[in-house]
Design a protein around this ligand. Structure first.
Ligand code: URA
Length: 210
């Protein structure tokens, strides 16, 4: 995946995203749409996975059939909103290993504070896909990737639903080797670090908290 930023402009993705942005969309609908959209984004972020072949027998004859190469990939949910993407991606890649990084944003400094970290072993041999719906300031994303690299991960991709130019730039500076896949690149951040026009707080929207 050579591009640093891939925007998935597929009509289904864009249509679903517009419904998610609408403030009248209910928690249940939002969660269902996030599940659907995350599968379409997962399709894109995995489109160039390495393949090999395996000798199998169909009911008709033998063949060398294409299969994914290498160790199972690792999905890393950046809590808590990452879990909204994780559910859908896991439906598409059920054998993936799963890790969690707990970071919350200090609302005063907008800096990430770590409270949980548990990731699969052997990250150095796996494709690692970090999941966080909102790439806003990029502070927590950069911190999460720092932690993954410290655990040995060398082949990392970042999957989000919405990105702000500020977050993309921050990631590009800190981790130029980590491609980002998103459904949209929005205009800017507001003074509180929220993406504009965005969709509000992704965690609150998907879990019905406020
Ligand atoms: N996190 C969110 O949930 N929404 C934003 O707009 C920015 C960060």
């Amino acid at each position: 995946m050579p591009e640093h930023l891939t925007i998935v402009r597929h009509p289904l993705v864009q249509h679903k995203l517009s419904i998610m942005r609408d403030k009248r969309t209910s928690t249940g609908e939002f969660r269902q749409l996030l599940r659907e959209i995350s599968q379409l984004l997962a399709y894109e972020v995995t489109r160039d996975l390495e393949m090999t072949t395996r000798a199998i027998e169909t009911p008709m004859c033998e063949m060398d059939a294409p299969v994914l190469k290498g160790k199972k990939l690792a999905l890393i949910s950046i809590l808590r909103a990452g879990n909204g993407l994780l559910d859908g991606v896991l439906e598409l890649i059920p054998s993936a290993r799963v890790g969690y990084i707990g970071l919350y944003r200090d609302e005063a400094t907008l800096q990430p504070v770590q409270y949980y970290y548990k990731v699969p072993e052997g990250l150095d041999d796996r494709l690692v896909i970090a999941l966080d719906p909102m790439l806003a300031t990029g502070n927590s994303s950069v911190a999460a990737i720092d932690l993954l690299k410290a655990s040995g991960a060398r082949n990392i991709r970042f999957l989000c639903l919405l990105a702000a130019p500020e977050g993309v730039q921050r990631m590009q500076e800190a981790h130029p080797d980590v491609p980002i896949v998103t459904a949209a690149l929005d205009e800017r951040l507001n003074e509180k670090g929220y993406i504009m026009p965005g969709l509000g707080d992704a965690g609150d929207r998907m879990f019905g908290t406020k």
